[in-house]
Design a protein around this ligand. Structure first.
Ligand code: FRU
Length: 482
């Protein structure tokens, strides 16, 4: 039997054996994409093709570690009802034998093209990486075309995650890279036919558009224009943690500016983080049929507490974030849950509160919640929100700081993430059984995190140290249908 078929049979067997364990897990997610079994990491190949949104993802069906990597596949007409498909790519060929790594999708002449990295471990412990192509007519079955780009001079084999787009008569590709002097960077290619690629050189990075080294590797680059600006999103590794920045092991963020299409120079501002929570990495964007720029990220973090997630006991790990619509305003990206998610809303509660040095309990009857708070007036020190007896969001007005606390997964101890804010006027929260996504000021700052709470707590605690006038709304949310 050929390797491809053999791997697919093994995956099917694994699905039959353990899929039901996730269904019974109290921490399974109701409106987030999760792996059918095993480990999910980066979203890949986000695309609108033949009337459907396609979301591919890094998938290890055989366990919850980063060993085997295939491309799992979901599709949807509305971002609400999802269909699971057979894996789009399994690592069956020599040029991808240790993983069909991350990449992107595009549509051209009625076909769907996937560009991805073939990861190869060599006998002497080294690595080789190939940027590969696979093409599909129906969006489900792909024909591999093999490598289209080999490692160029000047870079280590940490060279991966091609993102391809079109401008005028040309295709462009950015690839995440590490220079031979161990600095993170992004490399640009161009092509007229998607098969032959010309190396244009580094697009951004130290010695190009930055004066200093900024991490040792940049993963998952994504380059696009939005609201009159050019934006490069990437996930740098190796940044030192600071009080209000870079608090996770790895980061994801963006630089905004303007790209000169003739000289290929990208002038940009400083790196800004996309998320301040514990679990956000490797985001990817695409434009949909309504011309929206939509972002989905891995709702997880590599190499940090991964095997401590209790879901590992039920043979699954990690998820993707909800889709978010991006806009650029005042030199920064704003992220908002896409409108379609409003269709998950069920019963609604709404009230205005005037609170003076007070703690208010608000009943919530299911863990699946959307909460929206408008802060019309706040004079005081702290305003906080505590949910599920687990996570807590606090706004410290004098310091201009917001903190997010959750209980660690491995022991009953709190851990915290922080960000700086000028003010907080609006808080929008989407909570699933074991995840929460918090959008401050209409998506100016975001915290994305998993949490695991054994509590069956049926209220949320709102505390004000000072006086506050708030408008509160919450909705019970429905599950996705599979
Ligand atoms: C990011 C990443 C990518 C790579 C993939 C492998 O999380 O390390 O750079 O392609 O995961 O699963």
């Amino acid at each position: 039997m050929n390797k491809d078929l053999q791997l697919r049979e093994e995956i099917n067997k694994r699905l039959e054996q353990v899929r039901t364990k996730k269904m019974k897990d109290p921490y399974r997610l109701a409106f987030h994409l999760t792996p059918p079994v095993g480990l999910m990491n980066d979203p890949n190949g986000l695309v609108y093709f033949k009337d459907k949104y396609h979301v591919f993802f890094q998938w290890n069906p055989f366990g919850t570690k980063h060993t085997f990597k295939a491309w799992g596949h979901f599709s949807s007409e509305d971002f609400i009802q999802w269909e699971e498909h057979p894996p789009a790519l399994v690592p069956s060929e020599w040029y991808e034998k240790d993983g069909c790594y991350s990449g992107s999708a595009l549509t051209h002449q009625g076909k769907l093209y996937l560009f991805y990295t073939g990861n190869v471990r060599t006998n002497n412990g080294g690595r080789e990486s190939y940027q590969c192509l696979a093409v599909s007519e129906d969006g489900i079955h792909f024909e591999k075309q093999g490598p289209v780009i080999e490692l160029p001079k000047g870079y280590t084999s940490d060279f991966r995650d091609p993102k391809v787009w079109r401008e005028k008569d040309r295709w462009y590709m950015v690839v995440g890279a590490q220079t031979e002097s161990l600095e993170g960077t992004v490399v640009l290619y161009s092509s007229l036919d998607l098969l032959k690629w010309k190396l244009e050189g580094p697009l951004a990075g130290p010695g190009i558009s930055m004066s200093n080294k900024f991490g040792y590797m940049w993963e998952c680059p994504d380059f696009f224009s939005l609201d009159g600006k050019d934006v490069l999103i990437y996930s740098p590794q190796g940044l030192e943690s600071q009080q209000y920045q870079f608090q996770n092991l790895y980061q994801s963020g963006y630089i905004i500016g303007s790209w000169n299409r003739q000289t290929k120079r990208f002038e940009h501002g400083k790196f800004q983080e996309l998320d301040y929570g514990f679990d956000f990495y490797a985001p990817q964007t695409f434009t949909d049929n309504k011309k929206r720029r939509i972002l989905i990220a891995w709702m997880g973090m590599g190499d940090e507490q991964e095997q401590n997630h209790p879901t590992v006991q039920n043979d699954w790990l990690h998820a993707l974030t909800i889709p978010r619509e991006l806009r650029v305003k005042g030199g920064r990206i704003y992220q908002r849950p896409i409108n379609e998610l409003k269709t998950l809303r069920k019963s609604h509660f709404e009230a205005s509160f005037n609170l003076v040095h007070e703690q208010k309990e608000i009943d919530i009857y299911t863990q699946l919640q959307e909460i929206m708070i408008e802060i019309n007036k706040f004079d005081g020190k702290e305003l906080s929100l505590h949910l599920q007896g687990n996570w807590k969001l606090t706004y410290f007005k004098d310091q201009g700081v917001v903190t997010f606390e959750r209980m660690r997964f491995d022991r009953s101890e709190k851990e915290t993430r922080k960000c700086l804010v000028e003010t907080v006027k609006h808080i929008h929260i989407l909570q699933d059984h074991s995840s929460v996504e918090i959008f401050l000021n209409n998506g100016e700052k975001v915290f994305t995190s998993r949490f695991y709470s054994e509590s069956t707590c049926t209220h949320c605690l709102l505390s004000v140290d000072g006086s506050a006038a708030l408008h509160w709304q919450n909705w019970d949310l429905d599950s996705f249908c599979f």
